[in-house]
Design a protein around this ligand. Structure first.
Ligand SMILES: NC(=O)c1ccc[n+]([C@@H]2O[C@H](COP(=O)([O-])OP(=O)(O)OC[C@H]3O[C@@H](n4cnc5c(N)ncnc54)[C@H](OP(=O)(O)O)[C@@H]3O)[C@@H](O)[C@H]2O)c1
Length: 255
């Protein structure tokens, strides 16, 4: 007997910001595998085109843009609107992060970090509101850094603590529409961005050794492992999970 695959997101429309790399790309692939049509964004055109090929050009559209620019967000949602099915899943995932101590922090560093991670996330969600269907799911990518005091990660950690807080407020504000807002907080997921944050290869290798020695799982995480949690939060399987924060950190903040 032939089995028909029934996806948890059949017929749904999704947006994944920062869907051209790492966790966002893995999430976009997984949402598409679950049956969703996915719009992915990122600033670099070539990476975005490659991502659409990876996801499958019959089930994804790439829209280049910077989430810290409101006009770019308008362009993104114009494309989603043109599809005519509203929006069921929004993964506000794009972010930047570099290591700068308090003493070294410049206005530019602060403004860029908060401009993308916090302000950009807020307007990514605000501008989606008219398109979101009742019962939609919004997933914000946080970070374990928000709960920790990692040296030279202050602006990034604070920008992600704000994101975690947004999920609580927005869950209350959107409850009458049945829209759920949750956070996925990863750590040590092996992605191009994650590796680049550690600068040279030597430091990246030292960090891997540190992870192997200190994190309960004893290894780095795979983008697909974060994507699985995004897919869970995106679907009705998580229908009673609201305003929550799910860690995908190999146990880092939990053990
Ligand atoms: N990897 C980890 O272990 C880890 C841990 C904690 C939290 N996170 C969070 O997980 C998310 C994804 O990170 P990742 O590790 O997968 O990083 P990544 O591989 O660098 O991917 C980041 C994605 O975001 C896009 N992006 C960055 N700035 C953008 C902007 N201003 N506007 C639009 N798109 C933008 C990038 O494309 P362009 O550069 O082309 O714009 C890329 O597609 C981020 O929110 C990050 O803070 C990751």
């Amino acid at each position: 007997m032939e089995m028909t695959h029934v996806g948890h997101l059949d017929g749904k429309t999704a947006v994944v910001t920062g869907g051209s790399s790492g966790i966002g790309l893995a999430a976009a692939v997984r949402l598409a595998d679950e049956g969703a049509y996915v719009f992915v964004t990122g600033r670099r055109e070539a990476e975005l085109e490659a991502a659409v090929k990876t996801i499958g050009s019959d089930r994804a559209t790439g829209v280049t843009g910077d989430i810290s620019k409101l006009a770019d967000l308008d362009r993104l949602y114009d494309e989603v609107r043109a599809r005519g099915k509203g929006l069921d899943v929004l993964v506000a995932n794009a972010a930047v992060g570099t290591f700068v101590t308090l003493e070294q922090t410049t206005e530019e560093h602060f403004d860029q970090t908060f401009g993308v991670n916090t302000r950009g996330t807020l307007f990514t969600v605000q501008k989606a509101l008219p398109l979101l269907n009742d019962g939609a799911s919004i997933i914000l990518t946080g970070s374990t850094a928000a709960d920790r005091g990692m040296e030279a990660f202050g602006a990034y950690a604070a920008s992600k603590a704000a994101v975690r807080s947004f999920a609580r407020t927005w869950s209350t504000e959107l409850k009458s529409r049945g829209i759920r807002v949750n956070v996925v907080s990863p750590a040590w997921i092996e992605t191009p961005g994650g590796t680049a944050a550690f600068g040279d290869e030597e430091t990246a290798r030292a960090m891997k050794e540190h992870v192997a020695a200190t994190v309960a799982k004893g290894r780095m995480g795979r983008p697909e492992e974060a994507a699985a949690v995004v897919a869970f939060l995106a679907s009705e399987q998580s229908s009673y999970v609201v305003g929550s924060n799910l860690y995908v950190d190999g146990g880092e903040n939990q053990t």
